[in-house]
Design a protein around this ligand. Structure first.
Ligand code: NAD
Length: 480
C-alpha cells in the first residue's frame, strides 16, 4: 500500500492472493488492509492537506497534473501490462485506456486554475457578496475491478485539481495498477500523502473509510449492493457522495438502420471487455421486421471471434476478471436456458489454447428472451447479449425504460426524427445514436435510477470536490 509516501504492508501482516485470469494462477499478493491501515491512510491524506499542498497555487496543482499525464504517456506500458495481467484486459484495450488516462489528467490540469467564484448582486443595499470555491478536504475513492485505472482516474483527477487529498480503495481483485499510479503521482511531484492507496476487502475496511470523521466526500463506482452500503454509511456523517453503479443498457436497432454498422456497433457494445463494463449494451432490442436477419448477421460476425491470451494483440475476447464473476455468469446462463432462452451463439465456458484453465466465457447471444426474465433484468457483467424483438417506436421505448437501471442506451437508425425524438424519451444518463461506448472526459457520465447519483467527467464534475462559500461584507458599521 502507499500511505503518506511510504510503502506499507497491512498492520495485520495478512495478504490477499491475486489470480491471473488467463492462467488461473496466483501472480501477486496484495496487503489485506484493516481498520488501522484505513485510519492511517485517511490521517495521512488529512495531514498532507494541511501542509505544502495547501500552499500551492491552483496553477501549480495543474502543473503537477500535467507532469503526471506526461509520465503516464512515457511509462504507460507498465500500467497497461499490470491491468492485462491482473484483470485480463486485452492489451489493445489497455493501451487505449492509458492514452485516455493521460487525457483525463490533462483536462483537469487545465481546469485547476479556472475554478472561479463570482460577485453577485445582493438584496441588501451597500453589501458586497461573492462566492469562492474551496477544496472539500479528504476524498475517499472506491473503485471496482473492471476498469481500475480509468475508474480511479475519473475521481482522482478532478479531486486533485480541486485541491483535495485522496485515499483510493481499489478492488480486492484489482489493486496492482492503482498502486503503481500512486507511485507515478509522487514521481510527478505530488507531495507525499496527497494520493494514498489502501488495499483490502470492501466489507472489512470500506466502513472505516466511509465513516471516518475527517473524510468529506466518497466517490464510489461499483455494484448497487456496495453502493447502497456506502451511501448509508456516508449519510451518518453527512458526507458528499457520488455513486456510479451498474447498468442493463438497451441497444435499439430500427429497421431503417445501416445494418452493417449496427452489427459492428452492437457486438462491440457488449463483447469488448468481455461484457464487463457498466455501460455494456447488454439488451439488444431489434425491430421485428429485421430481427431474424439481424441476429443471424450478428452471430456470423462473432462466430470467428478469437478467445485467448489478452497479451496478444489479435485476441478478440479475453477472460473474465475474477473467479466469482466467472462462476456467476455461467450460473446466469444455465438459469436462462432452463427458463427457455436459446443460445444461438456460445452459451458456456470457453477453453482457448493456452487458457484452458482461464476464466473464459464464450461470446453468447440468447434469443427467446422476454424483458421480464432475470437474464434481461440483472446486470450479468459478462459477454452475454439478449435479443428481444419489438414492433413500434412506442414499444421500443417502453421495453428500454422497463429496467431498474438507467446508465446508457444506444439506437441505430437513419431517421432524423428518431435520432432526435427517441433519446429524449429514454431514461438513461448517456444515449448514443449510431455509435456506442463513445465516452469522453468532456461529456458528463452517470446514471438514472439504480445506476447511481451524480455525474463524473466534464467541467461540472470538479464542483463535486469543492464547497461553495458565500462571503457577505457590510462595508461600514458606522450606521449599524
Ligand atoms: P463492488 O460493488 O462489489 O465493489 C466495488 C468496490 O467497492 C470494491 O473496491 C469493493 O471492495 C468496495 N466495497 C464493496 N462493499 C463495500 C462496502 N460495504 N463499503 C465500502 N466499499 C465496499 O463492484 P465490483 O464487483 O467490483 O464491480 C462491478 C460493478 O461496478 C458492476 O455493477 C458495474 O456495473 C459497476 N461499475 C459501474 C461503473 C459506472 O461508471 N457506472 C463503471 C464500472 C463498473
Amino acid at each position: 500500500m502507499r500511505i503518506g509516501g511510504e510503502w506499507r504492508e497491512a498492520a495485520s501482516g495478512e495478504w490477499i492472493a491475486s489470480e491471473n485470469p488467463f492462467t488461473g494462477e496466483e501472480w501477486a499478493r496484495i496487503p489485506r488492509g484493516g481498520e488501522t491501515d484505513a485510519v492511517s491512510a485517511v490521517d495521512a491524506a488529512y495531514e498532507a492537506g494541511q501542509g505544502e499542498w495547501k500552499s500551492l497555487t491552483a496553477t501549480q496543482r495543474g502543473r503537477l497534473l500535467f507532469n503526471l499525464a506526461r509520465l503516464i504517456r512515457e511509462k504507460g506500458q507498465r500500467l497497461a501490462d499490470l491491468e492485462v495481467t491482473d484483470v485480463g484486459r486485452r492489451r489493445k484495450e489497455a493501451l487505449g485506456v492509458v492514452e485516455h488516462l493521460a487525457g483525463y489528467y490533462e483536462y483537469y490540469a487545465g481546469l485547476a486554475d479556472k475554478i472561479e467564484g463570482s460577485v453577485t448582486p445582493f438584496d441588501k443595499p451597500g453589501f458586497l457578496h461573492y462566492t469562492v470555491y474551496e477544496p472539500m478536504g479528504v476524498v475517499v475513492c472506491i473503485v471496482p475491478w473492471n476498469g481500475p485505472l480509468l475508474l480511479a482516474t475519473t475521481k482522482i483527477a478532478p479531486a486533485l485539481a480541486a485541491g483535495c487529498t485522496v485515499v483510493v480503495k481499489p478492488s480486492e481483485f484489482a489493486s496492482a495498477s492503482i498502486i503503481h499510479l500512486a507511485e507515478l503521482a509522487e514521481e510527478a511531484g505530488f507531495p507525499p500523502g496527497v494520493l494514498n492507496v489502501v488495499t483490502g476487502y470492501g466489507a472489512e475496511i470500506g466502513g472505516t473509510l466511509t465513516s471516518h470523521p475527517l473524510v468529506r466526500k466518497v466517490a464510489f463506482t461499483g455494484g448497487h449492493v456496495g453502493g447502497r452500503a456506502v451511501a448509508q454509511s456516508a449519510a451518518q456523517g453527512f458526507k458528499h457522495v457520488t455513486l456510479e453503479l451498474g447498468g442493463k443498457s438497451p441497444n435499439i436497432v430500427f429497421e431503417d438502420a445501416d445494418q452493417e454498422a449496427a452489427v459492428e456497433g452492437v457486438s462491440m457494445a457488449i463483447f469488448n471487455t468481455s461484457g464487463q463494463a457498466c455501460l455494456a449494451g447488454s439488451r439488444l432490442l431489434v425491430q421485428r421486421s429485421v430481427a431474424d436477419t439481424f441476429v443471424k448477421k450478428l452471430v456470423d460476425h462473432m462466430s470467428g471471434a478469437k478467445l485467448g491470451d489478452p497479451t496478444e494483440l489479435d485476441t478478440d475476447i479475453g477472460p473474465l476478471a475474477t473467479r466469482p464473476q466467472f462462476e456467476n455468469v455461467l450460473t446466469h446462463l444455465q438459469v436462462a436456458k432452463e427458463q427457455g432462452a436459446t443460445a444461438v451463439l456460445g452459451g458456456g465456458r470457453g477453453r482457448p489454447l493456452g487458457g484452458e484453465n482461464g476464466l473464459f466465457v464464450e461470446p453468447t447471444i440468447l434469443t427467446d428472451v422476454t424483458n421480464d426474465m432475470p437474464i434481461a433484468r440483472e446486470e450479468i457483467f459478462g459477454p452475454v447479449l439478449v435479443a428481444i424483438p419489438f414492433d413500434t417506436d412506442e414499444e421500443a421505448v417502453q421495453i428500454a425504460n422497463d429496467s431498474d437501471f438507467g446508465l446508457a442506451a444506444g439506437l441505430w437508425t437513419s431517421s432524423l426524427r428518431r435520432a432526435l425524438e427517441i433519446p429524449r424519451r429514454l431514461q438513461a444518463g448517456t444515449v448514443w445514436v449510431n455509435t456506442y461506448r463513445t465516452v469522453s472526459v468532456m461529456a458528463p457520465f452517470g446514471g438514472f435510477k439504480d445506476s447511481g447519483i451524480g455525474r463524473e467527467n466534464g467541467k461540472e464534475a470538479i464542483k463535486d470536490y469543492l464547497e461553495a462559500k458565500s462571503i457577505v461584507i457590510r462595508p461600514s458599521t458606522a450606521n449599524a
